[in-house]
Design a protein around this ligand. Sequence first.
Ligand SMILES: NC(=O)c1ccc[n+]([C@@H]2O[C@H](COP(=O)([O-])OP(=O)(O)OC[C@H]3O[C@@H](n4cnc5c(N)ncnc54)[C@H](OP(=O)(O)O)[C@@H]3O)[C@@H](O)[C@H]2O)c1
Length: 340
Amino acid sequence: MQIEKVILAKRPIGEPTFDNFNLEIFNFSEIKTGEIFVKVKWLSLDPYMRGRMDSAKSYASPVEIGEAMEGECIGEIIDTKNEKFEVGELVIGKFGWVSHAVSNGYGLRKLERTNIPEQYFLGVLGMPGHTAWTGLNKIANAKKEETLVISAASGAVGSLAGQLAKKKGLKVLGIAGSDEKCSYVTNELGFDACINHNKIKDNMEFRNLIKSYCPYGVDIYFENVAGKTLEAIIPNMNDFGRIAVCGMISWYSGKGINEAMALPKLWRTILVKRLKVNGFIIFDHKETYPQFIEEVTPFIQKQQIIYKEDIRIGLSNAPSAFIDLLNGRNFGKMLVKVGD
Ligand SMILES: NC(=O)c1ccc[n+]([C@@H]2O[C@H](COP(=O)([O-])OP(=O)(O)OC[C@H]3O[C@@H](n4cnc5c(N)ncnc54)[C@H](OP(=O)(O)O)[C@@H]3O)[C@@H](O)[C@H]2O)c1
């Protein structure tokens, strides 16, 4: 049996490129007592993986050179020497960018087969969905009639956060990277408006556009991108506004950091406007996953939440898919269909 792995070949300087990755093939003979053998069906690609490619200390350890890239997957058990698992069962686990994995079962979650597509548990009913729900309800404490702005609005996190906010009665402005994405965000997801950030000339135009859509100011900013979007939002924040800092994808590869808003100016605005700025990492909120599932699953079953996936076929396409994700060339939750 051969196992394919996409390994981290070298650390990126700036934007990741193809030579940061390598597809390698390993021979594998047999599992040992207590182990299971999993054929990976789906791999989730998520922006946080960019951080794992750097050696810098973060809330999680970096991927080492020569190791398979990290990633959450859904797989099917095809061999078992562990009495807790049966052949044919589906499991979710951090197997990484691999075609098959050997596991002792630790940290795995079994997934029932239902009428919900299994890969939704890597997206709208998985980590990104839970992030959207947590950011909106637990971090920003969003309330009816407030004005909310969400960046990366058409993506895995933003699209659910905005739809849940509309259901709660908020006014929601999205920010996305193309006219096609903006049209999806307003016409299909039901946001009140959406700004295409790639059409904006300068900060003043961006600020004024946000102001025109939010004449009474912004109560909550669901921050996914940072950079020029953040700089345009800050002056529009209302006194006592809240910023749920979920991500800052525009800075992940270092681009634009040197031109960013000066810290003293930002700090002063936070003070003067009495803003509440709250970063959060979803791994700290595992205890609310059942509550999130209970609330959001009925919306999915009744098709009251729209969910889009961007599916790339084959493990060898994971690097290009990931590079696309970091550059806004995904439209919906980025997934790789690794095997059937
Ligand atoms: N805190 C947590 O625990 C947690 C958990 C999950 C995700 N996150 C964060 O949430 C954010 C969204 O993640 P996701 O999985 O939902 O990804 P996503 O929105 O499905 O995809 C990423 C999107 O980011 C936007 N983007 C990329 N480069 C950009 C740039 N330079 N300026 C502005 N926008 C840019 C692109 O959208 P446009 O084409 O619309 O610009 C791209 O499609 C990320 O920052 C991620 O790291 C945080």
